[in-house]
Design a protein around this ligand. Structure first.
Ligand code: B12
Ligand code: SF4
Length: 344
């Protein structure tokens, strides 16, 4: 019997939430939600039956109602909503308003890295930060929360600050387990976590887990088993690595490269790379990254001109080393460099 449903979706948009808010334009980027799947995987390990419903921002209000009616049972404990980016859409606001009115006894819980990603969606608890331990406390009814103001009218939302109250890091098991009811497809690129925390402490960085000295990586077997399960059951080989900085120290990437080399298939990864260990191009590290099955790099350089200058030197050297093709995308906040490797 189903204990919970978690809606998930990755979106970055400017659609207004409530009827009283101004209308706007929406820019969507929809993807499976790693956070919702991760929370579901963790709860299943604790004996709960949880279904994840992806691409939440694509569901129409009537479709949402139909789905909820088809799933609602007396055992249903909660309905969740997770987001990677800003996802306060009007449709989700209507869906969750209707849910509370129709099923007042079912707990509503949302979660994201940032308060403002989902603060306007009406739920009983909003979890901010890695939420595995927080959701257990919420389901037990013992979670510590604060009442945070969500709008200029002074409305409030019960908010569980998970990073402070229930830190879920480091975690040796970070598996995201898909199920047949998720309909995973072999062509998909899905998220895989390799650690929570970064060894560096850049002055401009807003990430909350910085300057870590100890090992925050996941265990090799957990990483390997997750890759094998996804390949054996669904043919999945493509991954977006969710690690704030994949290359913060070499032992870590060697550990993952060893796993990748031992696999009976070759997965492909896209990772976030810090230029701090990359600015002196190190052929050994480049080769290890290659052994990891690296297909592309996201490099966030922020607005420091010195970093851009460093980039030009690196760019020249890297093109010479590995025939890489570079695309520069300039945003208001940062310069993100996508390196698309041209496979030999
Ligand atoms: C992967 C990633 C990307 C990928 C996403 C693609 C993909 N395939 O998923 C790419 C490279 C495209 C990307 C781009 C950008 N990104 Co990015 N990205 C990340 C990264 C590294 C990992 C996200 C992830 O999947 N984590 C793993 C999952 C398991 O964690 P999670 O989603 O946080 O889920 C946990 C909690 O949030 C909570 N939770 C989530 N859902 C639910 C549901 C319930 C019910 C509960 C209880 C709890 C809960 O519990 C979960 C498990 O612990 C994060 C940083 C990070 N280390 O997390 C930045 C991050 C999300 N990105 C960020 C930013 C700013 C961007 C860009 C805007 C950068 C730019 N300037 O262009 C763009 C925007 C893209 C867009 N859509 O327009 C910021 C967002 C800040 C914010 N205010 O929300 C982050 C947090 C980085 C940072 N240092 O601040 N990004
Ligand atoms: S390397 Fe990246 S994640 Fe680490 S402190 Fe610097 S900007 Fe933040």
């Amino acid at each position: 019997m189903l204990d919970g449903i978690i809606f998930g979706g990755m979106i970055n948009m400017e659609e207004p939430t409530r009827p009283q808010d101004l209308s706007g334009i929406s820019y969507t980027s929809i993807h499976r939600s790693a956070g919702s799947h991760r929370i579901a995987s963790f709860l299943r390990q604790h004996g709960f039956d949880i279904e994840v419903v992806d691409f939440a921002p694509s569901w129409q209000f009537e479709e949402f109602q139909e789905l909820i009616r088809s799933r609602m049972t007396p055992t249903m404990k909660f309905v969740g909503l997770g987001a990677t980016f800003h996802m306060n859409t009007e449709t989700l606001w209507r869906c969750f308003t209707w849910l509370k009115e129709t099923y007042p006894d079912v707990l509503l819980v949302s979660g994201s890295t940032d308060f403002y990603n989902l603060h306007l969606i009406p739920v009983d608890y909003l979890v901010v930060g890695y939420g595995e331990l927080a959701i257990l406390k919420i389901l037990e009814g013992t979670a510590k929360y604060t009442e945070e103001v969500i709008d200029k009218e002074g409305n409030k939302r019960r908010t569980v600050h998970a990073l402070k109250e229930y830190p879920a890091y480091p975690m040796r098991n970070l598996s995201i387990d898909y199920e047949k009811r998720d309909f995973p497809q072999p062509f998909e690129s899905v998220t895989m976590e390799t650690s929570r925390g970064c060894r560096f402490k850049c002055a401009f960085c807003t990430w909350p887990i910085l300057g870590v000295k100890d090992d925050h990586t996941r265990c090799s077997n957990d990483f390997r088993d997750n890759l094998m399960r996804n390949y054996d059951n669904y043919g999945i080989q493509r991954y977006s690595i969710a690690d704030e900085t994949f290359n913060d120290y070499s032992e870590k990437i060697i550990k993952y490269a060893d796993v990748v080399e031992s696999l009976p298939f070759k997965p492909n990864f896209v990772v976030d790379i810090s230029e701090q260990t990359y600015c002196i191009p190190d052929l050994r590290i480049l080769n290890i990254l290659r052994a990891c099955g690296l297909m592309g790099i996201f490099m966030e350089l922020n607005h420091f001109i010195v970093r851009v200058l460093l980039l030009s030197v690196r760019e020249w050297i890297l093109i010479r080393l590995s025939k890489r093709f570079w695309i520069l995308k300039i945003t208001s906040l940062s310069i993100m460099v996508f390196i698309v490797e041209l496979l030999d």
